[in-house]
Design a protein around this ligand. Structure first.
Ligand code: C2E
Ligand code: MG
Ligand code: MG
Ligand code: MG
Length: 282
């Protein structure tokens, strides 16, 4: 850290900022290359019905396997892609790939599984977003009613007025909308009040502390009750143990996702593990 004097003020200039800018420019370059070089892949984590333990849907999760860096966690490359604007192409790449993969092993109609795709708030604010995703669905053939768009809450803060019409349009097209990481943002209740949501996902941090006493248990019950009162589906993420699962059963949670059932799987492993999917392909 060095000091720069500016008319009586002291401004701190952080060398890590320039390092960071370098890093971003590097990642920008790398992400473009990664998409064109097939380094980005998509894996799928099952979401199962709490009562029947049947596979209901999967969440698509982006993976980046770089020959030199190894596997880069989404937390890193998604943030970099957002900061460089590359999230638009990356997001659409994941969306299309996921629709194709899932449509192939689970055609529309009875028994079709749902597909959840994470969408960055920046993508939603791009004017062509809803037109693009609806046309990608048409191109692939997948019914948009099978597709849920997951949005994290901390994105909108200043943009509720811009986001609301887009969400309404996405709903008109038949998509489902889910609020991801519920309970960790700034205005969870305000989103529920203003946006046409079908689903909330209880953030993993609540499930983590679930069995330790404290407030998590009460909060989880409250979120499930709140979701149901609003006619929404409630999903718990990060379920790792039987004890957590059993509690969610008794609290009437709808869907669970987590290592207790499955880790995120390649499309091949997903099909191998779930018989109905492999039969659909055969
Ligand atoms: P998320 O949407 O909340 O996804 C759930 C994350 O929790 C995933 O991490 C998943 O692998 C992890 N997880 C699932 N079950 C368990 C469990 O039982 N225990 C633990 N400890 N973790 C579990 P992942 O794949 O590292 O993704 C992190 C975040 O990156 C995602 O959080 C999502 O916000 C973002 N992300 C991933 N793919 C995409 C994408 O294609 N587009 C956008 N915009 N964001 C993405
Ligand atoms: Mg998600
Ligand atoms: Mg989440
Ligand atoms: Mg998360």
């Amino acid at each position: 850290r060095s000091k720069m004097h500016k008319k009586g003020q002291i401004v701190f200039y952080d060398e890590s900022i320039s390092e960071y800018i370098n890093y971003l420019m590097n990642v920008e370059h790398e992400v473009v290359r990664a998409i064109t070089n097939d380094e980005i892949s998509v894996c799928y984590q099952p979401q199962v019905n709490v009562q029947t333990q049947q596979l209901i849907s999967v969440e698509a999760l982006a993976r980046w396997n770089n020959p030199t860096l190894g596997s880069v966690p989404p937390g890193t490359f998604i943030t970099a892609a957002e900061e460089t604007g590359l999230i638009h192409s990356l997001g659409l790449f994941v969306f299309k790939k996921a629709c194709e993969d899932i449509y192939r092993c689970s055609p529309n109609g009875e028994g079709a599984i749902g597909l959840s795709v994470n969408v960055s708030p920046m993508q939603v604010l791009e004017p062509e977003f809803s037109a693009t995703v609806i046309s990608l669905c048409a191109e692939v053939g997948i019914d948009p009613a099978r597709v849920t768009l997951e949005i994290t809450e901390n994105i909108f803060i200043h943009n509720m007025d811009n986001v609301q019409p887009v969400f309404n349009q996405l709903r008109d097209y038949g998509f489902n909308l889910s609020l991801d990481d519920f309970g960790t943002g700034y205005s969870s209740l305000s989103y529920i009040n203003h946006l046409p949501l079908n689903e909330i996902k209880i953030d993993r941090s609540f499930i983590d502390k679930f069995l330790e006493g404290g407030q998590s248990d009460m909060l989880v019950r409250m979120i499930i009750g709140l979701g149901h009162s609003c006619g929404m589906i409630v999903v718990a993420e990060g379920v790792e143990t039987e004890a957590q699962f059993e509690k969610l059963v008794s609290y009437g949670c709808d869907l669970v996702q987590g290592y207790y059932f499955d880790r995120p799987l390649s499309i091949e492993s997903l099909v191998e593990r779930y018989k109905a999917l492999s039969e659909a392909i055969a």
